[in-house]
Design a protein around this ligand. Sequence first.
Ligand SMILES: *Cc1c(COP(=O)(O)O)cnc(C)c1O
Length: 375
Amino acid sequence: MQFIDLSAQYRALKTEIDANIQAVVDRAQFIGGPFVRELEERLAAFAGRKHCVSCANGTDALQAAYMALGVGPGDAVFCTDVTMAASAEPAKLLGAQMVFCDIDPRTYNISPESLERQIKAVLAEGSLTPKAVVAVDIFGNPCDYDAIVSVCERYNLSLVEDAAQSFGASYIGRRCGSFGRIATTSFFPAKPLGCYGDGGAVFTDDDGLNQLCRSVCVHGKGPGGKYDNVRVGMNSRLDAIQAAILLPKLKALAEYELDARQAVARRYSQAFAGKLATPFVAEGCLSAYAQYVLLAEDRRQRDEIVSHLNEKNIPNMIYYPTPQHVLPVFQGEPRYGERYENAENYCARTFSLPMHPYLEEKEQQLVIDTVLEAL
Ligand SMILES: *Cc1c(COP(=O)(O)O)cnc(C)c1O
C-alpha cells in the first residue's frame, strides 16, 4: 500500500500521458510552446481566473506573488502557524518579517480572530508596515474567505491564497485558486494536481499583476522581451513535458478524482466518528483532501497509534510536527504575545492516513481496522 499511489494514477492515464510526452519529444520544443499555453488557459478557466502564469514550483509561485506585490524590508506578512515553511520562506527571503497567527481549532486554517489581533499588534507597535496575508488552504480545506477578505479590506492588506494543497477544492461556489489578489499552487507530485517533477502556477484577475508575475519569472523581462531586463527577477518556468503530463491529469481531477477523494474521506470519517477528531469541512465547501488528517486525544495516544501503524506497515505521516513559530528559521520573528495554543495542540495530536483517488476499499478497510486496533 502507498500513502499516495502515483503508479495507480499513471496506469489509469498511461495512454494519454505517454502520447503527450512523446509529442513533446517529437516537437523538440522543451520550454514554452503549445502545451504550456494550453495548460495555462485550462488552469485559469478551471480556477475561474483571468490569468494563469506557470512556473517552476509552488515556492517560486509564492515568491513571484510576493515580488509582484512589492513585499520587502520593513513589511509584515501574516501567515498561519500550521503550514510548511514554503508559505513564508519567500517573503522572508525578500526581507519581510513573518507574523504568524494561530489556527482555527476546527478547520486548522488561519484564525481570522488571531489574524486581526496580530495586525492590531503590529500597528500598535509601529515598526513594521502590515503588507500582505497568506491564507493557506491546509490539507485542501478552503479557508474562511468571507472573514479573511473582510479583515484584509479593513486594514488594506493584499491577500495571497496559497492553494498548493487545494487545487480542485471550492468555497461557496468558487474554486480555490480564485481568492486573493494573487493565488498560487504547486504541482509537486504528491499534491492533488501533481506533475512528474516540480511545477507551480500563479493566478490573478489583475492585468498589471499578471504582467509583473510573467516578468519576474523570466529574469525581470520588459516589453522588449527576455533581453530587455527592467527589474530583478528569477528563472522560473514550467517545462513543456510537465505541462503535457498535467493536461490529462487536470481532466481526470475534474472528471472523477475529486469525487473519489470525497468517497475515501467519507469512509474514513464514518469509521472514526466519535473515536478521533475527523476533518471538519464548512457548509458549502469542498475539500481537495490533499491529506486525510485525524487528531488523537493527546500526543501520547497519537504516538501509540503511529507506532502501531508502523509495526503493521501501514503508511502514515505527521503534517506537521512543529508549528512555524517554533522552527529554528522563524524563531526571530515577532510574536506580539500570541500563544498559538490551537497550533501547538494540533501539532501534538495530528497524524495522516493514506489518501488518494485510487485507494481501494479493501486497502482502506485494513487502514481503518489497524487504527481501531490501536485504540
Ligand atoms: C507544497 C507546498 C508549497 C510549495 O510547493 P513546491 O512546489 O514544493 O515548491 C507551498 N505551500 C504549501 C502549503 C505546500 O503544501
